[in-house]
Ligand binder design. Structure first.
Ligand SMILES: NC(=O)c1ccc[n+]([C@@H]2O[C@H](COP(=O)([O-])OP(=O)(O)OC[C@H]3O[C@@H](n4cnc5c(N)ncnc54)[C@H](OP(=O)(O)O)[C@@H]3O)[C@@H](O)[C@H]2O)c1
Length: 311
């Protein structure tokens, strides 16, 4: 074979292998996103613990998990929101599930106090699933030097401290039984773009969540505990304060239906199809994405300031 023919043949084989690899990856993603059946989550244990179950994603997840027959421990800060949430769950799912509540303000309690409250609430329960969902962001995009000190402290406590200490309170029981799953709600803001200005602290806490999840996921993968970080993009909740919901932004309920189908399957994932598609483009065009995020955040900040001026 002459060298030119050899080069053409090698390039053709390499091209074919790459194409095949990408086709396989797409087929696997399509199957996981649209066809794969939900795992039997009760096989991990009959109780699920959810932090931040009184609004948005956490609340929607509570209803999804109750619908597959899991009993729930709801850990929230606000009794006047916890009560109606648990009543609605009992009303809808009746005697098929039990619901317990723990009042814990993660912004105020120390890590040890959080762990003690959770351990007390879980005593004697077969806890198979933990969802670390509670989280907060700046109400409006903000430059780091302008972030209110109390807000900064609360965000670190709720987004980081609480997740670490609740995990610490739960993991021992799972290891003893050699079964369990932990779902940590991270964010695409720390995974698909190389920086996320004006929500710096929020994106940084979520980067911690991603690394924490991947690393303990590896520590316990052979001990029957599946640990996963989901990294969604925008979802219409009170955190995102969207005036109207754009087409590709799911509601908390739509996202949660996708979310539960991924539990126990991958160490890091983006369960909702339109998020996965957007993330692919964002990541491929990182320079443009970061430029756009900065402009968008500045615009939203100025809108927010203007709005506050008229209050
Ligand atoms: N929405 C999005 O676009 C998006 C995207 C990616 C990731 N996420 C992540 O998804 C998770 C849920 O967010 P969401 O959009 O559903 O927000 P959300 O509607 O604001 O709900 C947040 C939940 O966390 C609870 N929480 C806040 N501060 C707390 C504290 N000090 N102690 C205990 N609980 C506290 C809230 O309690 P109250 O009901 O009492 O306020 C609420 O139940 C967060 O971790 C967020 O970072 C959201």
């Amino acid at each position: 074979m002459v060298p030119a023919d050899f080069l053409i043949a090698t390039a053709t084989v390499l091209g074919f292998v790459t194409l095949l690899k990408n086709l396989l990856a797409t087929a696997r993603w399509l199957h996981a996103t649209f066809l794969r059946k939900l795992k039997n989550l009760r096989a991990y244990g009959s109780w699920a613990v959810i932090t931040g179950p009184t609004d948005g994603i956490g609340k929607a997840l509570a209803f999804e998990l109750a619908s597959v027959g899991l009993n729930l421990v709801l850990a929230g800060q606000n009794p006047s929101k916890l009560e109606p949430t648990s009543s609605k769950l009992r009303e809808r799912y009746g005697p098929t599930i039990e619901v317990k509540t723990v009042i814990a303000d993660f912004a105020k309690l120390t890590g040890e106090e959080i762990a003690a409250a959770m351990t007390g609430a879980m005593e004697g329960l077969d806890v198979g699933l933990l969802v670390n969902n509670a989280g907060m962001a700046y109400p409006n995009p903000t430059y780091f030097h302008e972030v209110d000190q109390q807000l900064m402290e609360s965000m670190l406590r709720v987004n980081l401290n609480a997740a670490v200490w609740v995990t610490k309170a739960v993991i021992g029981g799972m290891l003893k039984k050699k079964r369990g799953a932990i779902l940590n709600i991270g964010s695409g803001s720390s995974v698909y773009v190389s920086s996320f200005p004006l929500q710096t602290l929020y994106a940084s806490t979520k980067a911690f969540m991603a690394m924490f999840s991947k690393s303990i996921g590896l520590e316990y993968e052979e001990q029957g505990v599946d640990i996963q970080c989901q990294v969604p993009l925008f979802i219409a909740t009170k955190m995102t304060v969207l005036r109207r919901r754009p087409m590709l932004v799911p509601s908390a309920e739509t996202f949660s239906r996708a979310s539960v189908r991924w539990i126990g399957h991958k160490r890091q994932c983006n369960p909702y199809w339109s998020h996965a598609a957007q993330a692919f483009v964002m990541h491929a065009l990182d320079g443009i994405t970061v430029w756009y995020v900065k402009r968008y955040m500045e615009w939203t900040r100025n809108e927010g300031l203007e709005h506050d001026r008229h209050l």
